[in-house]
Design a protein around this ligand. Structure first.
Ligand code: NIG
Ligand code: FE
Length: 408
């Protein structure tokens, strides 16, 4: 039992799976609240005046704010080595595209992953997972996509499976074989897509290594037609689409995602009015990745236009070695406020309930609701939740509770 909580955020009595448009401006909270958990579940919450008398452990949270853990619906935290040389190359004037065209980028990470053992990849990746958990993330989606061969994609997905088994954070696995064309398929793109469709997808579905399928739909990567072929094949094997679209160019990938029932369409740095229109009244969650925009110095997702059009929006890190070597959701929330002009209420909704939706976890995560997982952040004593994005770069988290146990 937590008592005297200064403000309890994202409290939802009635199950809510996501919030859209103008609803995002409201973050339901209770001031001077209690929160009762039992085992790994939220039992009850409310104002202190209704606080029950219990026998069990009681924790005084006076002056502190409690909110659900962050739901990071888009990451690539399983990888080998890093790409810090490319970081310096970009400082010296090369673009992300130029680096990729020289054989760097995703193919650089694929080579490193190929050269590493499953054990090495696991050891490197678990450090990143533990780091993001300390930073308040309680649910995370992790993609493959640095394998680019049947064996190496499966090697990555097995590492994700081991992390899922070993840690109390909720993990969803996504197959991203269509992340880039391996060098030896450059002149034979259909050959690589055949490999994805005929070998990778059936093997991954058979071993139940992933729930979602992703494609990097982008100029110079996978065309809309190629994306559709892969999503269709995934769908036949029960893999739900979640795609990378409109990072650098708008080529119609948003429409393809919606057409194939994508749970989310992610990146969206470059949005046309048609792209926004297509997302209206769909079950597809748009996901912005502001740390990627920050790190690559590319445009930010036009959150204000999208929210004004009535769309929902989720925020995620995109933690990966190339475009976003950071998994800090606190920074994501702050950057969404500072650079995308989202209000703190909107950004917290986007990083909790809408993030949970974008990885199919809103039944159990993303809000303080009786019956959901007891996953929450306890802040240091702070004046209000506006401090979270305002004091960007500071770590204001005092405790992280996952499945009813104090993790950090
Ligand atoms: O989401 N855009 C494609 N994929 C990743 C970056 C991959 C990489 O550079 O390693 C992303 O930004
Ligand atoms: Fe990504």
């Amino acid at each position: 039992l937590f008592t005297n909580i200064k403000e309890l955020l994202q409290v939802r009595e009635t199950p809510t799976d996501k919030v859209s448009g103008a609803q995002m401006a409201t973050l339901p909270t209770i001031k001077n609240a209690f929160l009762l958990i039992e085992n790994d579940t939220i039992k009850a919450f409310g104002p202190m005046t209704d606080c029950p008398k219990i026998d069990g452990q009681t924790i005084d949270a006076a002056g502190k704010i409690v909110l659900p853990t962050w739901c990071d619906s888009h990451t690539h935290i399983v990888y080998a080595g890093n790409r810090e040389q490319e970081f310096v190359d970009r400082i010296n004037g090369l673009s992300y595209e130029e680096i990729a065209n020289r054989g760097g980028g995703i193919l650089n990470s694929a080579q490193k992953l190929h050269d590493a053992t499953e054990e090495e990849i696991y050891e490197q990746s678990k450090k990143r997972l533990e780091e993001v958990m300390r930073l308040g993330t309680g649910a995370v989606e992790i993609k493959s996509g640095y394998g680019l061969s049947v064996e190496d994609e499966i090697k990555m997905l097995r590492v994700i499976g081991r992390l899922k088994a070993d840690y109390p954070i909720a993990i969803k696995a996504t197959f991203l074989g269509a992340h880039a064309f391996p060098a030896h398929y450059k002149q034979n793109q259909d050959g690589y897509i055949d490999l994805i469709v005929n070998e990778m997808i059936p093997a991954i579905a058979r071993e139940q290594l992933a729930e979602y399928i992703d494609v990097f739909c982008e100029t110079g990567y996978f065309s809309v037609a190629q994306t559709e072929r892969i999503l269709e094949a995934g769908h036949k094997h029960g893999l739900v689409a979640k795609i990378h679209v409109n990072q650098f160019t708008a080529i119609g990938g948003v429409a393809a995602g919606v057409k194939h029932g994508a749970l989310s369409v992610d990146h969206l740095e470059i949005m046309t009015p048609q792209d926004i229109d297509i997302l209206k009244n769909t079950t597809t969650m748009p996901v912005a990745l502001p740390s990627c925009s920050y790190f690559l110095s590319i445009p930010y997702t036009p959150a204000r236009e999208m929210i004004a059009a009535g769309l929902p929006l989720a925020l995620a890190t995109d933690f990966n070695p190339g475009s976003t070597p950071s998994g800090n959701m606190n920074f994501v929330v702050a950057t969404a406020c500072i650079k995308m002009k989202m209000t703190p209420e909107e950004a917290i909704n986007a990083a909790t309930i809408n993030g949970a939706y974008a990885m199919g976890l809103s039944k159990t995560h993303g809000s303080i609701t009786a019956g959901k997982k007891a996953n929450f952040i306890v802040t240091q004593p702070i004046t209000s939740f506006y401090q979270l994005p305002y004091a960007f770069g500071s770590n204001l988290i005092e405790q992280v509770w996952l499945d009813g146990k104090k993790w950090a």
